[in-house]
Design a protein around this ligand. Structure first.
Ligand SMILES: Cc1cc2nc3c(=O)[nH]c(=O)nc-3n(C[C@H](O)[C@H](O)[C@H](O)COP(=O)(O)OP(=O)(O)OC[C@H]3O[C@@H](n4cnc5c(N)ncnc54)[C@H](O)[C@@H]3O)c2cc1C
Length: 430
């Protein structure tokens, strides 16, 4: 590791946003000997952030972009069924259309999907181990496990319907074990018998409470010397292509470098650094049942409902749904109810007398680029302003490696990985 020159004051980096990506970036920057200030108006780990309410998967195999070849055929359904697993709200369609067209194009051929998968694999391959290390350092090792993840199907044919995705995963080195009906019954005794086949991915990990985990990472960063600047960042003061200060609602924060980790709200800051990025919110929901009496032994994704079910420290969580309606539209809680109904159909008798009020519901914003890859790299305006956002469906898992890369970029140090696929400038080249 490069150590800083002790005669020089350490380079001062402002990390904007304390979601999973910002916290990991701050910790890695401190590890490199940088001075770190966290710029964030909210409490780290709070429900305002996407990192709070996700499904907790550290899925090193989640390398498939959201759009696959032939996805265009499903567009009428996305528009016609406001409660389908993926839906676009009509009033928002004109705004979302350019993003949606790029989204469809990025998954147009298997070759394109494969390129994306290879890039995502580099980001995610050792996510469980990296998070185990971070959680250990932050004093919450119990929150990260590596017991593998399960995909459950009603039949082998349903699995074969996802053949392209699994073929692409295999080419990136993902390995899995097939469970026949008897094995599934034995290992997941509470699961509804309509599921007859499963795929177990042993290498994948899970987080038992993403909100608490992120809060612990932020505390750890502060215990290592990170300062807090509790304000919203609004832009940058640049002189001759070098960063002089981050502009915030509380005035200017003088610094040498900044990393934009503001999740789904990063686009305005990236534009202020000369780097417009097509960033959309893929809105998702969760429900959490506090004390169910039945549930899965392993976290699982159900192919029929496209939802993830996972035990959190506070109960059993079901997360999923994709709704394109922007950052500001009101939540449509019927989507959360769909998740709840599906969860109950998976585990009959889930809770003795389900009290609707006791079931927690949450809406979050996946920060999504149309090609399914995050933006990790310097801005067009200055090498001192680094972009680290746009992780879509894999931002919890991908945060640990992103933090390492972003911290090195902010320090002006080389990164071992070729980051071309993640270049924030890729949308301007086309
Ligand atoms: C239903 C659902 C399920 C998911 N499941 C998974 C999963 O199982 N595994 C997985 O890996 N990923 C999952 N994801 C995706 C994952 O949650 C996100 O990709 C990830 O949390 C993004 O992290 P982030 O740090 O970029 O953003 P966030 O967690 O949203 O954090 C951004 C932070 O920036 C702050 N901020 C915003 N604007 C400013 C500003 N101007 N100045 C200062 N601070 C600002 C915000 O207050 C916030 O604290 C899921 C998402 C959803 C919605």
């Amino acid at each position: 590791m490069n150590t800083p020159d002790p005669s020089e004051p350490p380079r001062h980096v402002a990390v904007i946003g304390t979601g999973a990506v910002g916290c990991a970036t701050a910790i890695e920057a401190l590890r490199l000997g940088l001075r770190v200030t966290l710029v964030e108006p909210e409490a780290a780990g709070g429900s305002h952030a996407t990192s709070y309410g996700n499904a907790g998967w550290l899925s090193s195999h989640s390398v498939i972009p959201p759009a696959l070849p032939g996805a265009w055929r499903r567009v009428p359904g996305w528009l016609a069924d406001p409660l389908g697993p993926l839906a676009v709200r009509w009033p928002y369609l004109p705004k979302a259309l350019p993003w949606l067209l790029r989204y469809l194009a990025s998954g147009w051929t298997e070759a394109r999907v494969q390129r994306t998968a290879h890039a995502l694999r580099a980001l995610l391959v050792d996510a469980p181990a990296l998070h185990q290390r971070l959680a250990g350092e932050a004093g919450v090792p119990q929150l990260i496990e590596q017991r593998g993840l399960l995909h459950v199907f009603r039949s082998h044919e349903e699995f074969e319907g996802e053949a392209l995705a699994w073929r692409v995963r295999a080419r990136t080195g993902v390995q899995w074990v097939e469970w026949d009906e008897a094995t599934l019954r034995e290992r997941e005794p509470d699961l509804d018998p309509r599921y007859r086949f499963a795929i177990h991915v042993p290498e994948a990990g899970q987080c038992r409470d993403p909100g608490r985990y992120v809060a612990a990472l932020a505390r750890h960063a502060q215990s290592q010397g990170a300062e807090l600047w509790p304000a919203r960042a609004t832009g940058f003061r640049l002189e001759g292509g070098r960063l002089r200060a981050v502009l915030t609602e509380r005035g200017e924060l003088p610094c040498d470098a900044a990393v934009i980790c503001a999740g789904a709200r990063s686009a305005a800051l990236a534009a202020a650094a000369g780097t417009p990025v097509p960033l959309e919110s893929e809105r998702g929901y969760h429900v959490q049942v506090p004390q169910p009496t039945r549930g899965p032994r392993l976290p699982m994704m159900a192919a029929d409902g496209k939802l993830i079910v996972h035990w959190m420290e506070g109960g059993l969580r079901a997360a999923g749904q994709v709704e394109i309606a922007g950052l500001h539209a009101a939540a449509d809680w019927r989507r959360a109810d769909i998740l709840y109904r599906h969860l109950r159909s998976m585990f009959e008798g889930l809770a003795p007398s389900p009290e609707p009020d006791a079931v927690q519901r949450w809406l979050g914003h996946r920060p999504s680029t149309p090609d399914g890859l995050p933006c990790i790299g310097p801005s067009a305006a200055s090498p001192d302003v680094v972009l680290a956002f746009g992780h879509g469906h894999v931002g919890l898992g991908g945060s640990a490696r992103t933090g390492q890369w972003a911290a090195r970029l902010a320090a002006g140090l080389p990164v071992q990985q070729d980051l071309a696929a993640f270049s924030p400038l890729r949308f301007q080249r086309r």
